[in-house]
Design a protein around this ligand. Structure first.
Ligand SMILES: C[S@@+](CC[C@H](N)C(=O)[O-])C[C@H]1O[C@@H](n2cnc3c(N)ncnc32)[C@H](O)[C@@H]1O
Length: 325
């Protein structure tokens, strides 16, 4: 069981599974996080939970911010960790116009079905009240969130360099030194602008990578040592999560991936039995082919002239032998 699956994100707590799945927002309120369309892999659900619960354990307080919420998949999980006295702010254009042409094209290409109402419906299926919603470009986030007031910021809005660069700078302002920033799509072939902005923040702006998954980058402007020590301890106990530690430019970086789901044992047995049955059937078909071939050969020999002549020539001796018996 993963960390994320150990708590309820569903109106029906005991039945929650957090597999990533795409489903239509038009099909009514979601019953579990799986039913919410979005881009939030299971391993990142587990890691968000781990980082946010660690802050809880250590008594670290502060607000949460998400830049780019789409239909609420990651926001719903983050909202679960907002405590009394803390504010969770999401910022998204939703159905508003973007401020520049490239961003508008990106919106039309990737998020055309998005509406604020759909986000709100999804969110309220899991929470009693909405987060603070800033509907507009992320460039206005600092008008709504105080410097140094946050403990966790998820950067997942526009994936164009100029926007991501600005979003990471805003996150640096919103987070105190030990706060956590997560950047989405830091390595995808279709989002080179995010890669450029993230690694620029690392090399120029002092952002320190804690860990990476196939889709997300987790970092801090604080000390990565305590994060990585606790994380490695936790990872050792996760049977369904793979990890390794790499040295990158003199610093340790933890690489994390979900292991492919192992099939249940029963399935495995059925698969093996089916394979054995198929082999046995193949052997039987081959034996039947050989038998048919032998019968044909025998028929051909019986009908051959030399066989018939031979039978005639040996007919008398065979008859005498038969009488003697
Ligand atoms: C990749 S989606 C977010 C996915 C979401 N976090 C999830 O887990 O499913 C990106 C979102 O960013 C929003 N967006 C794009 N450009 C934006 C901008 N300049 N300012 C605010 N939001 C923006 C889009 O409307 C879209 O909802």
């Amino acid at each position: 069981m993963t960390y994320a699956s150990s708590f309820a994100l569903s109106p029906l707590p005991s039945t929650v599974t957090l597999e990533s799945r795409m489903s239509s927002p038009e099909s009514g309120p979601p019953a579990s996080l799986d039913d919410v369309k979005g881009w939030f892999p299971k391993i990142d659900q587990s890691l968000f939970t781990w980082f946010l619960e660690r802050q809880d354990r250590l008594g670290e307080t502060g607000d949460l911010v998400e830049l780019g919420s789409y239909l609420g998949k990651s926001a719903i999980l983050m909202g679960r960790h907002t405590r009394d006295g803390e504010t969770f702010t999401v910022c998204d254009l939703f159905d508003s116009e973007a401020s520049d042409h490239s961003n508008q094209e990106e919106m039309a290409r990737s998020y055309s079905s998005l509406t604020r109402t759909a986000f709100e419906t999804n969110y309220l299926a899991f929470h009693d009240r909405l987060p603070q919603i800033v509907q507009g470009p992320t460039s206005m986030i600092l008008d709504h969130v105080q410097p140094g007031s946050c403990r966790f910021v998820h950067v997942d809005a526009s994936h164009l360099y100029e926007h991501v660069h600005g979003d990471i700078r805003a996150a640096h302002v919103m987070l105190p030194t030990g706060g956590v920033i997560v950047c989405d799509d830091y390595r995808s072939e279709h989002t080179p602008g995010v890669s450029a902005a993230v690694w620029e923040a690392v090399t120029v702006d002092g952002l320190r990578p804690i860990c990476i998954t196939p889709q997300k980058f987790y970092g801090t402007w604080g000390d990565i040592g305590p994060f990585q020590k606790d994380l490695l301890n936790w990872l050792e106990k996760q049977e369904d999560v793979w990890h390794e530690v790499q040295q990158v430019a003199g610093q340790e970086l933890v690489r994390i991936k979900q292991k492919p789901a192992s099939k249940p044992k029963k399935d495995d047995q059925v698969r093996k039995l089916k394979a054995r049955l198929a082999e046995a059937e193949e052997r039987r078909a081959q034996a039947e082919d050989r038998l048919a071939g032998a019968r044909k050969e025998l028929g051909a020999v019986r009908n051959s002239v030399s066989f018939k002549v031979g039978r005639k020539a040996t007919a008398l001796p065979r008859a005498i032998r038969g009488k003697r018996k």
